[in-house]
Unconditional design. Structure first.
Lengths: 355, 669
């Protein structure tokens, strides 16, 4: 049996070196203060994101540069697979599903707009990935499909075919992709949790904890969307919840959804597990969406603390790989947010509140 | 050996002279100002600050905008020069903002055009990609391929509707090829996506499109159709490149103006930054700050000259009662050749003012340790050459100053390897010339070298132990000097690296030496052992009661405090004994890595002997590359680690503040 040292010593050293290359806050400050999108991209020269400026200055197309960012993000995962131990490869593969599922969702959205909602195909068609990520999925055919059966057909041999078949009628009858997208997300997390269960005891505990916090974030994201766009009853909301959350179970979510003051609901676990975040609880808000956004913010902070805990703890666990992915994802998210904000000429203060 | 001597200036000048004084302060660039809030706490009340932060922010923002423009065209503005000070004119920020808005507008216009062209390119690439994936040719007309998403049709429209057709198709990935005109009818071949059939058909009928069979005389056109796609793509790509260049040209066209404005803004910004440290009364301006004592005379003269002697100066030495602020900034005082080693020191921390700057000692220590671990003339030569090449590349790049300094460190390390390689007779792992000291390779191979002093591995280990003892004693000596200079007399005795600690260490070394001399069977006589180790250990017991009396005399005495003294004393003694022992033995890694280096080379020679001809040469070359890369890096890291943790920790706290005066060259990022 392979010990944690031989499993993680190399990848731990490699990823810690890479983590040290993650853009520091000082660069993000400068990006936020940049006078224009061009000026912001100049700041990224000399970093691993220098390519963005090249793309933008030669095309004027920020979306193309963002597509490149997405490709790089996927490349991170496929690249790490070469360095991790056999036991962890399945987990990295399970994480890669998020990109394939997101890409598939985008392709289905384009089909749905074109065929069901009879809208003209928007330019997003040019900004999705056509190259395979895990499975050979002909994105072209999905976009140009005539019906859901055709989409399910070309997805045959992938886990998505059954899901699409199962929800196609609901999508058509309800005129919304909402159920299908939730089902795809559920599949992603089920698959991820299955691969986590195959890990060793110590790794499993760490991965479940980090994934649990991520599931909490995902659930809150869904609830915010459901509240804003669908205003569904609580039972329907609870049905969409992904199981496996770390801090928020169905009971807490139900309470949060209904409560006028979220502080008492949150303080049990925040004060117990993350006393440093108690200050965030002092923000009072009565409006339901702001309430959920506050919870989202707290969960993001919790994720940061969990990552920090792993990085400063015992180094030879799966935690280093997961932490690296989380840190990179946050870094890329911040860059995307700032660059888009610069393109739309959003004020510095607003950008600061977004990141 | 010590950092630059500093002096504090407290100055009062007339308000009307403040601009001229500011100019002098900026030109000389030697003052590190003390924040006005510190002055306030001391003795100056009812005074106002001169420059407002908001005006500086406005200027900084404007400068940042110009920088952004210049950088995006690959232009890096030069820091203002002394000559720019006299020609400096205030910038009309409003008109500059308008000008920048205009340039931004023009650039955004170009970007918009780029985006439009990019959409065209994407659409054509979409068509091209479909063809490439599904391998369709025009000869297959009409397209039957199951997964073809293209539809191709030929038709005619009235000439008057050409524009309408072209505009209608603009939003779609479609290729509309004009085949020719006959009277008032135009013939077209249209390639579009099946998914947009309905919308395309609407556009076509709106333009009066009638499907026709392709006339025989035009059949050849379809063979060239995809060539046309490529040509169109190339045209659009070329146009994109032109637009990209035009953005750069737009800025380059105004480069001179931007540079000049940038310099003026930078000077204004520096003026304002200096003046934020001024305190104003109705007629006078007061400022204070630190500067190297050697610059005192010139600054004094220049300021007096600028305000016609209408000023009052008070100079204070560090430690004087009247000085304002607590920290004296630290300026390194080393020759340029020590820059790589100063980099190593400042990476650990900045020495406190008045204490020893270890840079001149780090150079010989670091290089000796590196050389002992990586001794080879050939490999050292390779390192030095690599360092020289890197230094040459980075010399002209001010933004890569760190890498330039690092290149010099590599050069130094290379030369150290050469010297130690000659001492040990190693030339790419071969003993080409007789060693000047002893043959490392022969000793590792277990052969007697007939050298009277170094004959086996234990002798090599012993060299590094002696070396370590010397380094630790040097560190202790520096600690005592630092403590004496700062006047912390209790620490001089009671600090772990104080006189009692050093006494125990020295005594311990003697006892160890005595035991080795007596074949590990005998200790020195009891009185000697007591005097060497016991007495200083007992004297250390005074430390805690001394601190108690000095700092906690108000705390009520109880018997548990004595137990506390005892425990702290025992823990301190344990720390001293185990600490010094591990510190000394830690230096054995120098020998260990030296042995590993030689062993690796011996291994590669053994492997090379198993083969012959070119293969053996390849093995030796690869072996040398591996050793240079791997061992070189390891030796560098270990030498640094020993310097930081075994040497620096004895005397160097690294809590000093670096001297950063406001000057024309001040960093602006």
């Amino acid at each position: 049996m392979v010990g944690p040292l031989s499993k993680y010593s190399f990848i731990n050293a490699k990823l810690r070196a890479r983590i040290s290359k993650i853009l520091p806050d000082e660069i993000f400050d400068r990006l936020v203060k940049a006078s224009s999108l061009d000026a912001a991209l100049v700041i990224l020269q000399g970093t691993s994101f220098a390519g963005l400026q090249e793309i933008y200055s030669s095309t004027g197309d920020l979306k193309k540069a963002e597509l490149e960012l997405l490709k790089n993000e996927i490349e991170l995962y496929t690249n790490i697979k070469h360095y991790v131990h056999q036991n962890s490869i399945e987990l990295v593969d399970a994480l890669l599903y998020q990109f394939e599922i997101e890409n598939l969702k985008n392709a289905i959205r384009i089909y749905f707009d074109r065929k069901i909602r009879k809208l003209s195909v928007d330019s997003n068609i040019h900004y999705i990935l056509y190259d395979p990520i895990i499975h050979q999925i002909p994105i072209d055919i999905i976009i140009n499909a005539e019906n859901f059966d055709e989409i399910a057909g070309v997805c045959e041999g992938t886990p998505y075919s059954q899901i699409i078949k199962k929800y196609s009628h609901t999508v058509e009858s309800q005129g919304s992709l909402f159920r299908l997208e939730i089902a795809l997300d559920h599949f992603y997390y089920d698959n991820l949790l299955t691969s986590i269960k195959k890990l060793d005891h110590k790794d499993r505990a760490i991965a479940l904890r980090l994934t649990g916090v991520e599931i909490d974030l995902q659930n809150i994201n869904w609830i915010i969307r459901l509240k804003n766009f669908y205003d569904l009853p609580l039972e329907a909301v609870l049905a969409t919840i992904v199981p496996g959350g770390f801090n928020l179970n169905k009971t807490i979510i139900a309470e949060l959804y209904r409560a006028q003051n979220v502080t008492p609901v949150l303080q049990d676990f925040v004060k117990g597990k993350y006393p440093g975040l108690s200050a965030l609880l002092s923000s009072q808000t009565s409006e339901s969406t702001s309430r959920l956004l506050l919870i989202h913010r707290i969960l993001e902070e919790i994720m940061k603390q969990e990552v920090q805990r792993i990085l400063s703890g015992y180094p030879f666990t799966i935690g280093i790989i997961l932490s690296y992915f989380i840190l990179k994802r946050n870094e890329l998210k911040k860059i995307r947010t700032i660059l888009n904000a610069k393109e739309y000429d959003i004020q510095q203060q607003s950008i600061e509140s977004m990141i | 050996m010590f950092t630059t001597e500093m002096i504090q200036l407290f100055a009062v000048v007339l308000g009307r002279d403040s601009q001229r004084v500011t100019e002098v302060l900026l030109r000389e660039g030697v003052m590190q100002f003390i924040n006005t809030s510190e002055i306030e706490g001391k003795k100056l009340e009812n005074l106002s600050t001169a420059s407002s932060q908001s005006s500086i922010k406005e200027i900084t923002d404007l400068r940042g905008r110009i920088e952004g423009l210049l950088y995006s065209s690959g232009i890096i503005p030069d820091a203002p020069k002394v000559a720019d000070l006299s020609s400096h004119v205030p910038v009309d920020t409003e008109s500059e903002k308008k000008f920048l808005d205009q340039i931004d507008g023009e650039r955004n216009g170009i970007r918009e055009r780029q985006r439009t062209i990019q959409q065209e390119i994407i659409k054509l690439e979409d068509i091209k990609r479909q063809v490439e994936i599904y391998g369709l040719g025009l000869s297959d007309l009409p397209l039957k391929e199951r997964h073809s998403f293209l539809t191709i049709q030929t038709g005619k429209i009235p000439v008057s509707n050409i524009k309408k057709l072209e505009e209608g198709l603009r939003g779609f990935p479609a290729l509309n090829v004009a085949l020719g005109q006959e009277d008032d009818t135009a013939y077209y071949l249209l390639i579009s996506m099946k998914r947009e059939k309905e919308q395309i058909n609407q556009i076509l009928s709106g333009a009066g499109w009638t499907n026709i069979e392709l006339p025989n005389e035009l059949q050849s056109v379809k063979e060239d159709i995809f060539k046309e796609v490529s040509v169109k793509l190339k045209t659009l790509t070329d146009e994109q490149k032109k637009l990209e260049t035009s953005v750069k040209n737009l800025i380059k066209k105004h480069e001179e103006r931007f540079r000049q404005t940038w310099v003026n803004l930078r000077i204004t910004e520096l003026f304002s930054t200096i003046q934020t440290n001024f305190k104003h009364s109705s007629r006078t301006v007061i400022f204070t700050g630190w500067l190297p004592a050697s610059k005192k005379e010139k600054l004094d003269k220049e300021i007096h000259k600028s305000c016609g002697g209408r000023c009052y100066f008070q100079w204070q030495q560090p430690g004087d009662e009247e000085i304002i602020g607590e920290d004296v900034p630290v300026q390194f005082n080393n020759p340029k050749m020590l820059a790589p080693f100063q980099m190593l020191v400042s990476n650990f921390g900045i020495p406190e003012y008045g204490t020893i700057d270890p840079t001149p000692f780090v150079m010989p220590l670091y290089l000796s340790m590196f050389g002992l671990m990586f001794a080879d003339v050939g490999q050292g030569l390779v390192l030095a050459t690599l360092g020289i090449l890197c230094a040459y590349v980075y010399k002209t790049k001010p933004e890569k100053k760190g890498l330039y300094t690092l290149s010099w460190l590599i050069i130094w390390c290379g030369f150290s390897s050469i010297i130690f390689g000659a001492l040990f007779g190693s030339y790419f792992g071969v003993a080409l010339i007789k060693p000047l000291w002893f043959d490392f390779h022969e000793i590792i191979s277990g052969r007697n070298t007939d050298n009277s002093t170094i004959n086996d591995i234990f002798d090599i280990l012993l060299i590094t132990i002696y070396f370590g003892i010397s380094v630790i004693f040097l560190g202790l000596l520096f600690n005592w000097i630092n403590i004496i200079r700062t006047g912390k007399w209790a620490e001089l005795f009671f600090d772990k690296g104080g006189i009692f600690g050093g006494w125990i260490y020295g005594g311990g070394i003697y006892i160890a030496y005595y035991m080795v001399k007596h074949s590990y069977k005998e200790l020195p006589p009891g009185t000697v052992t007591f005097l060497l180790v016991g007495l200083p250990a007992l004297l250390l017991f005074i430390k805690e009661p001394y601190h108690y009396i000095k700092h906690q005399s108000s705390q009520k005495f109880n018997p548990l405090i004595i137990l506390n003294f005892l425990m702290q004393w025992i823990v301190e003694l344990l720390e001293i004994f185990s600490g010094y022992l591990s510190n000394t033995l830690s230096f054995m890694r120098v020998a260990g890595l030296g042995i590993a280096h030689v062993s690796l080379m011996v291994s590669f020679f053994t492997i090379a002997k198993m083969t012959s001809g070119v293969m053996s040469i390849v093995i030796l070359i690869l072996g040398n590359i591996l050793v240079i890369g791997l061992e070189g890096l390891t030796a560098a890291i270990q030498a640094l680690r020993l310097s930081y943790y075994e040497f620096f920790t004895k005397f160097f706290h690294g809590t000093g503040k670096l001297y950063t005066p406001i000057s024309l060259n001040s960093s602006y990022k």
